[in-house]
Design a protein around this ligand. Structure first.
Ligand SMILES: Cc1cc2nc3c(=O)[nH]c(=O)nc-3n(C[C@H](O)[C@H](O)[C@H](O)COP(=O)(O)O)c2cc1C
Length: 321
Protein backbone atom coordinates (compact mmCIF):
# COMPACT_ATOMS: atom_id res chain seq x y z
CA UNK A 1 0.00 0.00 0.00
CA UNK A 2 1.01 3.64 0.02
CA UNK A 3 1.21 3.82 3.82
CA UNK A 4 3.82 2.53 6.26
CA UNK A 5 4.01 2.45 10.06
CA UNK A 6 1.77 1.58 12.98
CA UNK A 7 1.90 4.65 15.27
CA UNK A 8 4.23 6.92 13.27
CA UNK A 9 2.49 6.40 9.95
CA UNK A 10 3.38 7.94 6.61
CA UNK A 11 1.32 8.00 3.41
CA UNK A 12 3.02 8.83 0.13
CA UNK A 13 1.24 10.30 -2.90
CA UNK A 14 1.90 11.76 -6.35
CA UNK A 15 3.74 10.93 -9.55
CA UNK A 16 6.99 12.07 -11.13
CA UNK A 17 5.32 14.25 -13.78
CA UNK A 18 2.09 15.08 -11.92
CA UNK A 19 1.38 18.48 -10.35
CA UNK A 20 2.98 17.64 -7.03
CA UNK A 21 4.25 14.88 -4.80
CA UNK A 22 3.91 14.70 -1.05
CA UNK A 23 3.59 12.85 2.21
CA UNK A 24 1.10 12.78 5.07
CA UNK A 25 2.80 12.07 8.41
CA UNK A 26 0.36 10.91 11.06
CA UNK A 27 1.05 9.92 14.66
CA UNK A 28 3.81 12.45 15.26
CA UNK A 29 3.72 13.58 18.90
CA UNK A 30 2.73 17.22 19.57
CA UNK A 31 5.29 19.79 20.70
CA UNK A 32 8.24 18.93 18.42
CA UNK A 33 9.87 22.06 16.94
CA UNK A 34 9.46 21.88 13.14
CA UNK A 35 9.79 24.20 10.17
CA UNK A 36 10.47 23.83 6.46
CA UNK A 37 14.07 24.93 7.09
CA UNK A 38 14.66 21.80 9.19
CA UNK A 39 14.07 19.70 6.09
CA UNK A 40 16.46 21.52 3.77
CA UNK A 41 19.86 19.95 4.60
CA UNK A 42 18.65 16.39 3.91
CA UNK A 43 16.70 17.52 0.83
CA UNK A 44 19.94 19.07 -0.48
CA UNK A 45 21.80 15.77 -0.01
CA UNK A 46 19.24 13.92 -2.21
CA UNK A 47 19.33 16.43 -5.08
CA UNK A 48 20.61 15.80 -8.59
CA UNK A 49 23.57 17.71 -9.98
CA UNK A 50 26.43 15.65 -8.55
CA UNK A 51 28.72 13.46 -10.66
CA UNK A 52 26.82 10.70 -12.57
CA UNK A 53 23.41 11.98 -11.54
CA UNK A 54 20.47 13.22 -13.60
CA UNK A 55 20.36 16.68 -15.20
CA UNK A 56 16.70 17.08 -14.15
CA UNK A 57 16.88 19.92 -11.64
CA UNK A 58 13.95 20.77 -9.40
CA UNK A 59 13.74 23.45 -6.73
CA UNK A 60 12.54 20.78 -4.22
CA UNK A 61 11.11 23.46 -1.94
CA UNK A 62 9.02 21.85 0.81
CA UNK A 63 5.72 23.37 1.88
CA UNK A 64 4.24 22.18 5.18
CA UNK A 65 0.49 22.53 4.65
CA UNK A 66 -0.80 21.36 8.04
CA UNK A 67 0.16 19.93 11.41
CA UNK A 68 2.32 22.79 12.74
CA UNK A 69 1.41 25.86 14.76
CA UNK A 70 3.83 28.46 16.12
CA UNK A 71 6.80 26.37 15.03
CA UNK A 72 5.77 23.13 16.73
CA UNK A 73 3.93 19.99 15.69
CA UNK A 74 0.32 19.96 16.82
CA UNK A 75 -0.22 16.19 16.94
CA UNK A 76 -2.48 16.29 13.86
CA UNK A 77 -1.41 14.97 10.42
CA UNK A 78 1.50 16.85 8.91
CA UNK A 79 1.18 17.33 5.15
CA UNK A 80 4.30 18.21 3.16
CA UNK A 81 4.12 18.93 -0.56
CA UNK A 82 6.68 19.52 -3.33
CA UNK A 83 5.74 20.92 -6.74
CA UNK A 84 6.98 19.17 -9.89
CA UNK A 85 8.33 21.95 -12.07
CA UNK A 86 10.85 20.53 -14.53
CA UNK A 87 9.59 17.56 -16.48
CA UNK A 88 9.87 16.46 -20.10
CA UNK A 89 6.92 14.29 -21.12
CA UNK A 90 8.45 13.76 -24.61
CA UNK A 91 11.28 11.73 -23.07
CA UNK A 92 8.74 9.06 -22.11
CA UNK A 93 7.16 8.28 -25.52
CA UNK A 94 8.60 4.81 -26.04
CA UNK A 95 6.42 3.77 -29.04
CA UNK A 96 5.46 0.29 -27.93
CA UNK A 97 8.45 -0.41 -25.66
CA UNK A 98 8.50 -0.83 -21.89
CA UNK A 99 11.88 0.07 -20.40
CA UNK A 100 13.74 -3.10 -19.35
CA UNK A 101 14.53 -3.11 -15.63
CA UNK A 102 11.97 -0.40 -14.81
CA UNK A 103 8.40 -0.80 -13.55
CA UNK A 104 6.77 0.34 -16.82
CA UNK A 105 5.54 -3.13 -17.82
CA UNK A 106 4.54 -4.35 -14.36
CA UNK A 107 2.66 -1.11 -13.58
CA UNK A 108 0.90 -1.33 -16.96
CA UNK A 109 -0.21 -4.89 -16.17
CA UNK A 110 -1.24 -4.12 -12.58
CA UNK A 111 -3.30 -1.04 -13.46
CA UNK A 112 -4.56 -2.22 -16.87
CA UNK A 113 -2.76 0.62 -18.64
CA UNK A 114 -4.36 3.37 -16.52
CA UNK A 115 -1.09 4.11 -14.68
CA UNK A 116 0.75 7.37 -15.38
CA UNK A 117 3.99 6.18 -17.03
CA UNK A 118 5.60 9.62 -17.44
CA UNK A 119 8.93 9.73 -15.65
CA UNK A 120 8.11 6.31 -14.19
CA UNK A 121 4.98 7.76 -12.52
CA UNK A 122 4.62 6.55 -8.96
CA UNK A 123 7.67 4.30 -9.41
CA UNK A 124 10.05 7.19 -9.97
CA UNK A 125 13.06 7.90 -7.78
CA UNK A 126 11.50 11.35 -7.35
CA UNK A 127 9.02 9.80 -4.90
CA UNK A 128 11.88 9.47 -2.43
CA UNK A 129 11.88 13.26 -1.92
CA UNK A 130 8.81 13.29 0.39
CA UNK A 131 10.27 10.23 2.12
CA UNK A 132 13.39 12.21 2.95
CA UNK A 133 11.18 14.99 4.37
CA UNK A 134 9.25 12.49 6.51
CA UNK A 135 12.60 11.06 7.63
CA UNK A 136 13.60 14.48 9.01
CA UNK A 137 10.53 14.43 11.26
CA UNK A 138 11.23 10.83 12.29
CA UNK A 139 14.80 11.78 13.26
CA UNK A 140 13.34 14.36 15.67
CA UNK A 141 11.40 11.63 17.48
CA UNK A 142 14.64 9.73 18.19
CA UNK A 143 17.03 12.68 18.75
CA UNK A 144 19.76 10.77 20.58
CA UNK A 145 20.00 8.04 17.95
CA UNK A 146 22.50 8.78 15.17
CA UNK A 147 21.88 7.30 11.74
CA UNK A 148 24.53 7.67 9.06
CA UNK A 149 24.78 6.01 5.67
CA UNK A 150 27.40 6.19 2.93
CA UNK A 151 28.10 4.49 -0.38
CA UNK A 152 30.91 1.92 -0.28
CA UNK A 153 33.84 3.33 -2.29
CA UNK A 154 34.51 0.06 -4.13
CA UNK A 155 31.28 0.63 -6.11
CA UNK A 156 32.58 3.84 -7.61
CA UNK A 157 34.98 2.13 -10.04
CA UNK A 158 32.08 0.98 -12.22
CA UNK A 159 30.70 4.46 -12.70
CA UNK A 160 33.39 5.83 -15.06
CA UNK A 161 33.14 2.65 -17.12
CA UNK A 162 29.37 3.10 -17.28
CA UNK A 163 29.60 6.76 -18.34
CA UNK A 164 32.08 5.90 -21.11
CA UNK A 165 29.77 3.25 -22.57
CA UNK A 166 26.30 4.90 -22.23
CA UNK A 167 25.60 2.38 -19.50
CA UNK A 168 24.73 2.62 -15.79
CA UNK A 169 26.03 1.35 -12.45
CA UNK A 170 24.67 0.17 -9.11
CA UNK A 171 26.03 0.50 -5.60
CA UNK A 172 26.06 -0.64 -1.99
CA UNK A 173 25.08 1.70 0.85
CA UNK A 174 26.15 0.92 4.39
CA UNK A 175 24.11 2.35 7.23
CA UNK A 176 25.15 2.51 10.90
CA UNK A 177 22.78 3.32 13.76
CA UNK A 178 24.53 4.50 16.94
CA UNK A 179 23.01 5.01 20.40
CA UNK A 180 19.92 2.94 19.80
CA UNK A 181 18.81 1.65 23.17
CA UNK A 182 18.55 -2.11 23.71
CA UNK A 183 15.02 -3.52 23.46
CA UNK A 184 13.70 -1.92 20.24
CA UNK A 185 11.88 -4.37 17.93
CA UNK A 186 8.67 -6.37 18.24
CA UNK A 187 8.00 -10.09 18.09
CA UNK A 188 7.30 -11.78 15.69
CA UNK A 189 6.52 -10.11 12.41
CA UNK A 190 7.62 -6.59 13.34
CA UNK A 191 11.20 -7.45 14.23
CA UNK A 192 13.78 -4.68 13.87
CA UNK A 193 15.21 -6.38 10.77
CA UNK A 194 11.72 -6.85 9.29
CA UNK A 195 10.60 -3.25 9.70
CA UNK A 196 13.90 -1.74 8.56
CA UNK A 197 13.84 -4.05 5.51
CA UNK A 198 10.18 -3.26 4.81
CA UNK A 199 10.98 0.46 4.85
CA UNK A 200 14.20 0.11 2.83
CA UNK A 201 12.53 -1.95 0.09
CA UNK A 202 10.21 0.98 -0.57
CA UNK A 203 13.25 2.72 -2.11
CA UNK A 204 13.03 2.06 -5.86
CA UNK A 205 15.98 -0.03 -6.98
CA UNK A 206 16.79 -1.65 -3.60
CA UNK A 207 17.40 -5.30 -4.38
CA UNK A 208 18.98 -6.81 -1.25
CA UNK A 209 19.76 -6.01 2.35
CA UNK A 210 22.05 -7.67 4.87
CA UNK A 211 22.50 -7.04 8.58
CA UNK A 212 25.89 -7.38 10.24
CA UNK A 213 27.89 -10.12 8.57
CA UNK A 214 24.73 -11.14 6.73
CA UNK A 215 25.39 -13.55 3.90
CA UNK A 216 28.95 -14.33 5.06
CA UNK A 217 27.66 -15.51 8.47
CA UNK A 218 26.17 -18.61 6.83
CA UNK A 219 29.68 -19.95 6.25
CA UNK A 220 31.10 -19.07 9.70
CA UNK A 221 31.38 -21.41 12.67
CA UNK A 222 29.30 -20.63 15.77
CA UNK A 223 32.45 -19.87 17.74
CA UNK A 224 33.41 -17.31 15.08
CA UNK A 225 29.94 -15.84 14.70
CA UNK A 226 28.76 -15.42 18.31
CA UNK A 227 29.17 -11.91 19.68
CA UNK A 228 30.32 -12.39 23.29
CA UNK A 229 29.16 -9.82 25.84
CA UNK A 230 32.04 -8.01 27.53
CA UNK A 231 30.28 -5.55 29.90
CA UNK A 232 27.12 -5.09 31.93
CA UNK A 233 25.60 -2.72 29.35
CA UNK A 234 25.55 -5.57 26.83
CA UNK A 235 28.51 -4.36 24.73
CA UNK A 236 29.93 -7.16 22.63
CA UNK A 237 33.50 -7.93 21.51
CA UNK A 238 32.39 -8.41 17.89
CA UNK A 239 29.25 -7.35 16.02
CA UNK A 240 28.56 -10.10 13.51
CA UNK A 241 24.82 -9.94 14.16
CA UNK A 242 24.70 -6.22 13.30
CA UNK A 243 23.33 -5.18 16.70
CA UNK A 244 20.16 -7.27 16.54
CA UNK A 245 19.26 -10.53 18.31
CA UNK A 246 15.78 -12.02 18.15
CA UNK A 247 14.64 -9.03 16.10
CA UNK A 248 15.45 -6.72 19.05
CA UNK A 249 18.26 -4.16 19.30
CA UNK A 250 21.02 -5.28 21.70
CA UNK A 251 22.49 -1.82 22.42
CA UNK A 252 25.45 -2.16 20.04
CA UNK A 253 25.55 -0.36 16.68
CA UNK A 254 23.00 -1.62 14.20
CA UNK A 255 24.75 -2.07 10.86
CA UNK A 256 23.21 -3.03 7.54
CA UNK A 257 23.99 -2.75 3.85
CA UNK A 258 21.51 -2.10 1.03
CA UNK A 259 22.34 -3.26 -2.50
CA UNK A 260 21.01 -1.09 -5.35
CA UNK A 261 20.90 -2.35 -8.94
CA UNK A 262 22.15 -0.19 -11.86
CA UNK A 263 19.83 2.52 -13.24
CA UNK A 264 17.43 0.84 -15.71
CA UNK A 265 17.21 3.70 -18.27
CA UNK A 266 20.38 3.56 -20.36
CA UNK A 267 21.31 5.13 -23.67
CA UNK A 268 23.13 1.94 -24.72
CA UNK A 269 21.13 -0.12 -27.23
CA UNK A 270 19.10 -3.01 -25.74
CA UNK A 271 17.11 -5.66 -27.58
CA UNK A 272 13.61 -5.82 -26.12
CA UNK A 273 10.02 -6.47 -27.19
CA UNK A 274 8.10 -3.79 -29.07
CA UNK A 275 4.36 -4.24 -28.35
CA UNK A 276 3.43 -2.15 -31.43
CA UNK A 277 5.37 -4.20 -33.98
CA UNK A 278 5.19 -7.41 -31.87
CA UNK A 279 8.91 -8.00 -32.44
CA UNK A 280 12.13 -7.81 -30.46
CA UNK A 281 13.89 -4.63 -31.61
CA UNK A 282 16.62 -2.19 -30.57
CA UNK A 283 15.72 0.34 -27.87
CA UNK A 284 17.89 3.34 -27.03
CA UNK A 285 16.62 5.42 -24.11
CA UNK A 286 17.29 9.14 -24.18
CA UNK A 287 16.30 11.66 -21.53
CA UNK A 288 17.75 12.72 -18.21
CA UNK A 289 18.73 9.82 -15.99
CA UNK A 290 21.08 9.13 -13.13
CA UNK A 291 24.03 7.05 -14.37
CA UNK A 292 24.26 5.73 -10.80
CA UNK A 293 21.20 6.60 -8.73
CA UNK A 294 22.73 4.72 -5.76
CA UNK A 295 24.95 7.79 -5.24
CA UNK A 296 21.83 9.71 -4.17
CA UNK A 297 20.48 7.06 -1.82
CA UNK A 298 22.45 7.35 1.47
CA UNK A 299 20.18 10.14 2.77
CA UNK A 300 17.13 8.16 1.59
CA UNK A 301 18.33 5.05 3.45
CA UNK A 302 18.79 7.20 6.57
CA UNK A 303 15.26 8.59 6.19
CA UNK A 304 13.57 5.20 5.84
CA UNK A 305 15.61 3.86 8.74
CA UNK A 306 14.54 6.79 10.92
CA UNK A 307 10.90 6.24 9.94
CA UNK A 308 11.04 2.56 10.97
CA UNK A 309 12.90 3.39 14.20
CA UNK A 310 10.53 6.24 15.16
CA UNK A 311 7.58 3.89 14.76
CA UNK A 312 9.22 1.07 16.75
CA UNK A 313 10.33 3.50 19.47
CA UNK A 314 6.77 4.86 19.86
CA UNK A 315 5.44 1.27 19.94
CA UNK A 316 8.03 0.38 22.58
CA UNK A 317 7.00 3.37 24.74
CA UNK A 318 3.31 2.56 24.31
CA UNK A 319 3.79 -1.02 25.44
CA UNK A 320 6.08 -0.41 28.47
CA UNK A 321 4.80 0.06 32.04
C1 LIG B 1 16.92 8.54 -6.09
C2 LIG B 1 16.60 7.59 -7.22
C3 LIG B 1 16.79 8.02 -8.52
C4 LIG B 1 16.49 7.18 -9.59
N1 LIG B 1 16.71 7.63 -10.86
C5 LIG B 1 16.44 6.83 -11.91
C6 LIG B 1 16.64 7.29 -13.24
O1 LIG B 1 17.11 8.41 -13.47
N2 LIG B 1 16.31 6.46 -14.26
C7 LIG B 1 15.82 5.20 -14.05
O2 LIG B 1 15.55 4.49 -15.00
N3 LIG B 1 15.64 4.73 -12.80
C8 LIG B 1 15.93 5.50 -11.72
N4 LIG B 1 15.74 5.04 -10.45
C9 LIG B 1 15.34 3.63 -10.26
C10 LIG B 1 13.89 3.35 -10.57
O3 LIG B 1 13.06 4.26 -9.88
C11 LIG B 1 13.55 1.89 -10.23
O4 LIG B 1 14.46 1.03 -10.80
C12 LIG B 1 12.18 1.53 -10.74
O5 LIG B 1 11.22 2.20 -9.96
C13 LIG B 1 11.86 0.05 -10.69
O6 LIG B 1 11.80 -0.42 -9.36
P1 LIG B 1 12.75 -1.59 -8.85
O7 LIG B 1 14.08 -1.26 -9.37
O8 LIG B 1 12.67 -1.51 -7.36
O9 LIG B 1 12.24 -2.85 -9.41
C14 LIG B 1 16.01 5.86 -9.35
C15 LIG B 1 15.83 5.44 -8.03
C16 LIG B 1 16.13 6.28 -6.96
C17 LIG B 1 15.95 5.79 -5.56
Amino acid sequence: MNSFGNIFRITLYGESHGKEIGVVVDGCPAGIPLSENDLLPDIERRKTGGHATSTRTESDIPEIRSGIYRGHTTGTPIIIIFKNENFCDEDYQFDGFFRPGHADYTAYRKYNGYNNPLGGGQFSGRMTLPLVAAGCIAKKIIPTTEISAHILPECLANIEKAIASNDSAGGIVECRIRNLEAGIGEPFFDSLESLISHAIFSIPGAKAIEFGNGIASASMLGSEYNDCIVSSDGKTATNNCGGINGGISNGNDVVFRTYFHPTPSIAKKQKTFNFNTMQVEDLKINGRHDTCFALRTPVIVEALTAIALADLTLISKATKL
